[in-house]
Write a protein that binds this ligand. Structure first.
Ligand code: HEM
Ligand code: CU
Length: 549
């Protein structure tokens, strides 16, 4: 039975929904851009009215990689902390709205400069490509707004701790706090390059920019960014899915420990995106690759915990044999099915990640469309399908409605459509990449070179997959709009599971923030200080800005 404390307060629900609306608007526009990209790259289609491929690609990467994710995550986390640690205070809610509007205004500015062709610098905005200053200002507002929301989250957590001395915080609140610490520490890098380097340079205050420093600061942020996407999906896997299937959390302490390890191991590893960068000594690349691969530990902990939960539940229902428990899982429930498919896709995605991070193999795939294939499995499938699965209970919970059987069926179909579309698109990206096809390139036969002609069948398969995926986007939008505005009124549960064996003392020990932040900072200093000093002391003259579009 539901009682008052298990429901997100209506005022907090409005806040969370506002974030979710922006997120799905970004999905609609960004998804359309994605479709157009696959069509252009098939060689059978040209963009009308002189629109540049790179304008579309910047729109896609920014709206989906940065906007959809950040807004969905912050909205979801506000709902989660309100659900598990009580209604937000008026002050915290006020600041959360300030954060929301700052982010939204920043997003609108950024998108304006991209769509008007003044910022076709792709979502990584690498120097020496130079965008209009408004693009960087918009991005700054997006990040500053998210910081405000981060501090609002911390304030809510602190209030809970004050009201519950000596108790471990609720799991979902703990996880949201870890994710916002990760976000704050990592966005310092991107804020530094934007505010100190790129903005003054785009305004003409400085003439030249240190490219290597700006890329390093970008990837100091860019890798933890992917864990900022992933941890909310893990929040759903660890704390929500067990409840949906009717089971328990395998271990509350293990879940917390995994999150702390992700905090340690997500930031001091940005060099694995810069393995072919000439200005960094191999030793430091090696250190950072080692730390990168350590992430296998919390990842396998997570995989183990999930399958232990599934198996324990299946056996409690009388399943026998090695895999009999699989049959007991609620396959017809989209709240389970979509995230489960996401988990399955994470297996090849993780294997591909190990390839990317390995120095020698990276040389084969570097800057090819293999990489794009990889992160459409991670973020655009594992993370996004988990978010869709969460939206199927979160949105009706917040809007005071219920998901009908018909909508649930549509959501199952949506998941299948995504699976098929992504297998085609990401699969052919992986193959084309192995054959050397570059990422971030409009269609070209490169003067009919035999190698480029080999890519074309894969590029056509990519467009087939992209078209199927776009149908998937239309389906999920239909479901989301239904759940927000049209579904029958009623009560929907915000599922939060209990631990199999609550161990309050170990859980409490996990809240030693000074120690965790101390280790995080120490690892960052070890991995970055010397190479960074080197980059500045031995800097080349720096580059002027280029607008190549
Ligand atoms: C309809 C679904 C989608 C399609 C058809 C699609 C298609 C594509 C294609 C073809 C590219 C590579 C273009 C190139 O390198 O030349 C790309 C890049 C990208 N996509 Fe998607 N995508 C889809 C969904 C998503 C989703 C859901 C996300 C994130 C949540 C996402 C994030 C990205 C990012 C970050 C890039 C990199 C942009 C860059 O390299 O600058 N995509 N997408
Ligand atoms: Cu990375």
């Amino acid at each position: 039975m539901m009682n008052e404390t298990m429901k997100v307060d209506r005022r907090d629900a409005k806040l969370a929904l506002a974030h979710i609306y922006v997120a799905f608007t970004a999905l609609a526009l960004g998804g359309l851009a994605g479709l157009l990209q696959t069509l252009v790259r098939s060689g059978k289609f040209n963009l009308p009215a002189g629109i540049s491929y790179y304008t579309i690609l910047t729109t896609h990467g920014t709206l989906l990689g940065l906007v959809l994710t950040t807004f969905f995550i912050i909205g979801f986390q506000f709902a989660a902390i309100s659900r598990t640690s009580g209604t937000l205070s008026d002050r915290v809610r006020f600041w959360a709205w300030v954060g929301f509007w700052t982010m939204t205004i920043g997003t609108a500015m950024t998108v304006f400069y991209i769509l008007t062709g003044q910022a076709s610098v792709l979502y990584t905005f690498y120097a020496p490509l130079q965008a209009h200053a408004g693009f960087y200002i918009g991005l700054t507002l997006l990040v500053v707004g998210s910081w405000i929301s981060g501090f609002a989250t911390f304030a809510h957590y602190a209030r809970w701790k004050k009201q519950n001395p000596g108790k471990a915080s609720p799991l979902l609140t703990f996880m949201a706090v870890v994710n916002m610490i990760l976000w704050l520490v990592s966005t310092l890098g991107v804020a530094a390059t934007v505010l100190i380097q790129l903005l003054p340079w785009s305004l003409g205050i400085t003439d030249r920019v240190n490219v290597l420093v700006s890329r390093t600061l970008f990837w100091y942020f860019g890798h933890p960014l992917v864990y900022f996407w992933l941890l909310p999906a893990y929040m759903v896997w660890y704390a929500v899915i067990p409840k949906i299937i009717g089971g328990k959390i395998f271990s509350d302490s293990l879940a917390r420990l995994a999150f702390i390890l992700f905090l340690f191991l997500s930031i001091p590893v940005g060099f694995h995106h810069q393995l072919l960068e000439p200005g960094i000594k191999p030793f430091w690349k090696f250190i950072q690759v080692f730390l990168t691969l350590m992430v296998v530990v919390p990842s396998l902990m997570t995989a183990f915990a999930m399958f232990a939960t599934f198996e324990a539940y299946g056996r409690s229902k009388g399943a026998t044999g090695l895999f009999g428990w699989l049959r007991k899982l609620p396959w017809g429930d989209a709240r389970f099915f979509a995230p489960f498919v996401g988990m399955v896709f994470f297996i090849p995605a993780g294997a591909g990640g190990i390839i990317n991070a390995s120095h020698q193999m990276n040389q084969v795939v570097h800057n090819t469309i293999w990489v794009t294939g990889h992160f459409h499995l991670t973020v655009a499938t594992t993370v996004v399908l988990t978010f869709f699965g969460a939206a199927y209970w979160l949105i009706p919970h917040l809007s005071g409605r219920v998901m009908t059987k018909a909508m649930n069926r549509l959501a199952i179909i949506q998941t299948v459509v995504w699976t098929i579309g992504m297998s085609f698109m990401s699969g052919s990206m992986h193959f084309a990449g192995l054959l050397g096809a570059p990422r971030r390139s409009a269609f070209s036969t490169y003067g009919n070179s035999p190698q480029a002609l080999e890519w074309i069948p894969y590029q056509i398969a990519q467009a087939v997959g992209g078209t199927i995926l776009f149908i998937g986007i239309i389906l999920v939008l239909v479901i989301v709009i239904n759940l927000a505005f049209f579904a029958p009124k009623g009560e929907t549960e915000f599922p939060v599971a209990e631990a199999a064996e609550p161990q309050e003392r170990t859980a409490l020990a996990m809240e030693n923030w000074k120690l965790w932040i101390g280790i995080t900072v120490a690892l960052i200093l070890i991995a970055y200080t010397i190479p960074f000093v080197d980059m500045i002391q031995n800097a080349p003259p720096g580059s002027k800005g280029y607008k190549l579009w």
